[in-house]
Design a protein around this ligand. Structure first.
Ligand code: ADP
Ligand code: MG
Length: 589
């Protein structure tokens, strides 16, 4: 399917067109604070009632692991680009072993009959067991020793009713299988296993965000938030049961304590009253499979950033009276809906930065933002020329192309040679990834596309910071910083946090300084706030985490921000499902 752009650029100079787009996609700190307040309100509405946009799903997981858990489990992960089947061995010393196989999920399966999709899931588990017969004995289900226990990671909105059952509320991320919504996803899967007479029992249902939280807690010893920035975005955190009124008379409510809540924050502000929507966002939404749903996710996640960028580029290609990009030519990649993958944006930004791989500890000193963590344990890169005044207005991070300089031979000749080299690298990426002929892409086009990618991704990372800040505020781990403009403290919209009592200096930490209940790691006087993340966007997009931290600082200040320890939830969906299956067996499934 192709889509046309319909943005009027008449009566504007090319520079004004660029300025306008820049203005529309730039977020001020005051807006981030406002969005965070609205986010907190939706959190509490969702905790109070079922059926709200932000579903705030209780997971029935009532604590986080500490790394001592032991067992062998099967895990099945459905929820994004791939389907994964794994065998997870928890060693009980914060380490695990994992064998896995990925399987493709075709569009036909995503949008066809649910039974066909679930039969495919069962077939995939069957195929995995054939090629990977269990090495270590799996943890037995009490009275049926030859049945393999499996944890299902299902990363779509589900209203969970127990650890091992939950009703599908809606599909997201391009799925729309028929006759699934309203049904128990565990039953759909178990029925498929049973139809094939397989000796597999699905004992636990877990969202990938809950999995990220649990697996990060298992490997690091403490974690309070699991967050995904991949195909979609979502987060799960540890909440006080007393603050989940909608549990009402559920036995889980009477026990008190804590429960992991899957926020389904991708649906924040579906009414779009606060989100900074542009015509490009509206175009994306209108032509998506789920218009008016998952509004927040559509500003943030990997499935959508390329598509927003594509809409902006098309509007410049089609600009009247004269095209402003690629001489008015559009390739298939640029013309087809979803044609431009978010990884292209990453590549464009990397090319611009002329990334060099350095020792991560050195990078930490150089950029001075302390964002090196386990993600950064892999070779990490950083911009080649930090702080150099390179080009037209702005610095290396904020470059609004100057049409006059980029449009004349004299202007181009006046460019810093390093800038020219960077633009030439970007130009090559565009020729390659957008499938243009070499002669169709000028340095000016390279500058415009790089700037567009940067604007779209920066907005996404700043908005991601809003979600993390809201969870810190909700759990009493941070407060809004003073509003610089009028010198007043911005009050939190939530009541006085009660969790402080538990997390504070006089709290209930065990001898290792680990608060098993709240997922906070105590480190000297400072309490580190563990956040486990997963997803290609946060792992691979240049500076995504750094920009997210910039957002956090502008909302809750640098003290709170610096206590946040972001780390990769390695194999979160697999290990998380295993940890959940273990909890289900302990509860006597
Ligand atoms: P999932 O969320 O489905 O489990 P991922 O975390 O791998 O899977 O996320 C896939 C999404 O990430 C896709 O939307 C893809 O466009 C995007 N993506 C893949 N590679 C990159 C990259 N290098 N930089 C940014 N985004 C990427
Ligand atoms: Mg994933």
């Amino acid at each position: 399917m192709t889509s046309t752009s319909s943005y009027s650029y008449l009566h504007k100079s090319p520079q004004d067109v660029l300025n306008d787009i820049d203005f529309q996609l730039t977020l001020e700190p005051a807006l981030l604070t406002k969005l965070t307040k609205a986010f907190l309100e939706e959190i509490n509405v969702g905790l109070g009632r079922y059926g709200e946009d932000m579903a705030m799903v209780p997971s029935f997981v009532t604590g986080v692991p500490d790394g001592s858990e032991v067992g062998t489990f099967l895990a099945l992960d459905l929820g994004g680009t791939n389907l994964r089947v794994c065998e997870v061995v928890l060693n009980g010393d914060k380490t695990f072993r994992l064998r896995q196989q990925k399987y493709k999920v075709s569009d036909q399966l995503k949008t066809g009959e649910a039974t066909v999709l679930f039969d495919y899931l069962a077939d995939s588990v069957d195929a995995f067991l054939t090629t990977h017969p269990p090495e270590s004995p799996t943890s037995p289900i009490s009275d049926v020793p030859d049945v393999l226990p499996l944890g299902l990671t299902f990363s779509f909105p589900v209203e969970q009713t127990a650890l091992g059952s939950g009703t599908i509320l809606t599909w997201t991320k391009g799925f729309s299988a028929k006759n699934a919504i309203g049904n128990d996803v565990v039953k759909l899967l178990q029925d498929a296993f049973d139809r094939k007479h397989m000796h597999v029992k699905c004992v636990a249902l877990v969202n990938d965000t809950v999995g990220a939280l649990l697996s990060r807690a298992y490997t690091s010893g403490g974690c309070m938030l699991g967050a995904i920035f991949g195909t979609g975005t979502n987060g799960a955190y540890l909440e006080e049961v007393a603050k989940i009124p909608k549990l009402a008379n559920n036995p889980a409510a009477t026990k008190g304590g804590y429960m992991v809540v899957n926020t389904e924050w991708g649906a924040f502000n579906n009414k779009r009253t606060h989100l900074p929507s542009t015509p490009f966002d509206s175009a994306l939404d209108r032509t998506s499979i789920n218009p008016r749903f998952q509004a927040f996710e559509k500003f943030i996640s990997g499935m959508y950033l390329g598509e927003i960028t594509r809409h902006i580029l098309l509007s410049l290609i089609d600009a009247a009276p004269r095209p402003m990009l690629f001489g008015g030519k559009a390739t298939k990649v640029v013309n087809d809906q979803w044609g431009l993958d978010t990884s292209v944006m990453s590549e464009v930004e990397e090319a611009w930065e002329m990334r060099v791989t350095v020792d991560p500890t050195v990078a930490k000193d150089l950029d001075g933002v302390g964002n090196i963590n386990e993600i950064g344990a892999e070779p990490r890169s950083f911009p080649g020329e930090i702080g150099e005044n390179l080009l037209w207005d702005g610095d290396d991070h904020d470059i609004l192309p100057r049409w006059d300089i980029l449009s004349t031979p004299e202007g181009l000749a006046s460019l810093n040679p390093k800038v020219k080299e960077k633009l030439e690298r970007v130009r090559k990426v565009l020729v390659n990834r957008l499938e243009y002929a070499d002669g169709d892409v000028e340095l000016r086009d390279a500058a415009i596309v790089r700037w567009t990618c940067h604007l779209v991704a920066r907005r996404a990372a700043l908005l991601s910071g809003v979600a993390v800040a809201a969870i810190l505020l909700q759990t009493g781990r941070a407060t809004f910083i003073q509003d610089g403009q009028n010198g007043q403290t911005v009050p939190s919209t939530t009541e006085e946090p009660t969790s402080k009592k538990v997390n504070g200096a006089n709290g209930t930490h065990d001898v290792n300084g680990l608060s098993k209940v709240t997922g906070t790691i105590k480190d000297g006087l400072e309490e580190k706030i563990g956040v486990g993340v997963d997803g290609s966007l946060i792992q691979f997009y240049p500076h995504f985490e750094r920009t997210m931290r910039e957002s956090l600082r502008s909302i809750v200040g640098s003290d709170a921000e610096s206590r946040v320890e972001i780390g990769l939830a390695k194999d979160g969906s697999g290990v998380g499902a295993a940890l959940c299956a273990l909890q289900a067996l302990k509860q006597g499934f």
